[in-house]
Design a protein around this ligand. Structure first.
Ligand code: ARG
Length: 469
């Protein structure tokens, strides 16, 4: 049991208490961030003269060495330490003796862990953003290839009006674009450095908090030390944005599952992204989409868990906050894995244009356009609606589509119908005439695709200090 404290204790910690309290099992995940924070802290201590230049240099060198060894697998982070902070400090002291003991000058584990979690989350924000960008690129490619691929659009999961695959995909483009925006927003709000907050009340050492903040690419130091150690808003915001990403992926997954079903056959998921059944040889299941849908619950769980953990915590640090890690780490890995896998599945998925077209054509998705045709010939809309309703009933009875009726049959329902009705209700006309911006008409979609292309060309700029311009 290696602990950083114990001076005022007369008894050993009970073993069960030690295990219950320890966080090394999960906070080892941010050893790099812990070391990065310590390096910045020690450089600053050296600059302001709290440590000598030699001491500061020696500690920085040794911390880098420890990081390299851990990364190379030469130094193993074992459970004998209470947390990652103790592990790093103990190893430093082993190697540097008294100089190593100066690392923690003017610092508490409270501001240390607040920093580590923030650095780790900031990295996740960047990674999620990059993965979303890749997904958007895949979606845009499908949009460009399927401007004229007609399919039914649904409301209530009932065929409604014809749209194009480009248009349907465009809806998801908007969703994931907003998800990226949320990442950028979170980054801006979270990018302040809590180190220097001490346990809760700052410190009496003349720390240069601007320098530490600057060394780690933060915009500046946090402005209240109690908030600095106890703020987890950025993590809640990040988990909330992740929950929204998962909600979007889950809806998309649900559609892929429906489209891939034997009844629809709108798409075929690539063999590499499908799985079989142990008993039914004919099966090819959309397990990836189902798992993404399923894992959404885990990410929601992490958000709800942290909100609940935080709601009763008085200022400032309380040990409850150690619970911010495990479920958040799980959610971060889950979201990144799901975006990447979904992207792979989408990029390799085949779209069955014929099935989509036939489905749109066979479901009276042109009924609204048929009514509009009558309106254009002078019939009031409400009457036109009634006439087309009767027409649909007749079609169902005859098992025919509107454009499969003869002109005589049409005229028997309304004398207003002329030969030009066939062109007016063709799938192509129904789609092509929808030209207001945001609608599925290919000419409108081309304008949107141009806007999205420009959007994807813009870099979310980060300089070597991670600062977003
Ligand atoms: N493992 C702790 C956490 O994750 C580190 C901070 C410990 N601070 C303390 N006062 N016990 O929050």
């Amino acid at each position: 049991m290696a602990q950083l404290w114990g001076g005022r204790f007369t008894k050993e910690t009970d073993k069960l208490v030690y295990n219950f309290n320890a966080s090394i099992g999960f906070d080892r995940k941010f050893y790099k961030q812990d070391i990065e924070g310590s390096i910045a802290h020690v450089i600053m201590l050296g600059k302001v003269g709290i440590l000598t230049k030699q001491e500061s240099d020696a500690i920085v060198e040794c911390l880098k060495q420890i990081e390299e060894e851990v990364t190379a697998g030469k130094l193993v982070i074992t459970d004998e330490y209470e947390d990652i902070h103790s592990f790093v400090e103990a190893n430093l002291i082993d190697r540097l003796g008294d100089t190593g003991k100066k690392l923690h000058t003017g610092r508490s584990r409270n501001d240390q862990v607040a920093l580590d979690m923030r650095l780790y989350t900031r990295l996740q924000v960047l990674e999620v953003d990059a993965l979303l960008k890749e997904l958007l690129q895949t979606i845009l490619k499908i949009m460009e290839e399927h401007l004229d691929t007609i399919m039914p659009g649904f409301t209530h999961l009932q065929k409604a009006q014809p749209i194009t695959l480009a248009h349907h995909m465009g809806a998801y483009f908007e969703m994931f674009k907003r998800d990226r925006d949320r990442m950028h927003d979170i980054y801006k709000r979270m990018n302040y450095c809590p180190l220097g907050s001490g346990a809760l009340a700052g410190t009496t050492y003349p720390l240069d908090r601007d320098l530490t903040a600057d060394l780690m690419g933060f915009y500046g130091p946090t402005l209240n030390s109690m908030d600095g150690v106890s703020d987890r808003d950025y993590l809640i915001e990040f988990l909330s944005a992740c929950a929204t990403i998962m909600m979007h992926l889950s809806r998309f997954s649900e559609e892929v599952i429906i489209w891939n079903s034997n009844e629809y056959q709108f798409v075929e998921i690539d063999d590499a992204y499908s799985t079989g059944s142990s008993i039914m040889p004919q099966k090819k299941n959309p397990d990836i989409a189902e798992l993404v849908r399923g894992k959404t619950g885990r990410v929601y769980g992490a958000l709800l868990s942290l909100l609940t953990t935080m709601k009763g915590i008085p200022l400032a640090y309380n040990k409850d906050m150690q619970e911010d890690k495990e479920l958040s780490f799980d959610a971060m890995d889950t979201v990144k894995g799901c975006i990447a896998l979904f992207n792979g599945m989408l990029a390799t998925m085949k779209f069955n244009k014929e099935r989509m077209y036939a489905s749109a054509n066979g479901g009276f998705t042109n009924a609204t356009d048929a009514a509009d045709y009558l309106v254009n010939k002078g019939v009031p809309f409400r009457d036109a609606h009634g006439i087309i309703g009767r027409l649909v009933l007749y079609c169902i009875d005859q098992e025919k589509a509107i454009d499969e009726l003869t002109l005589e049959e049409l005229k028997a329902i309304s004398p207003v119908f002329e030969q030009d009705i066939y062109d007016a209700v063709s799938m192509e006309t129904c789609v092509n005439k929808r030209l207001t911006i945001g609608a599925p008409g290919p000419d409108a979609m081309k304008q949107v695709i141009e806007i999205e292309k420009q959007y994807l060309l813009q870099e979310w700029e980060i300089d070597e200090n991670y600062l977003i311009k």
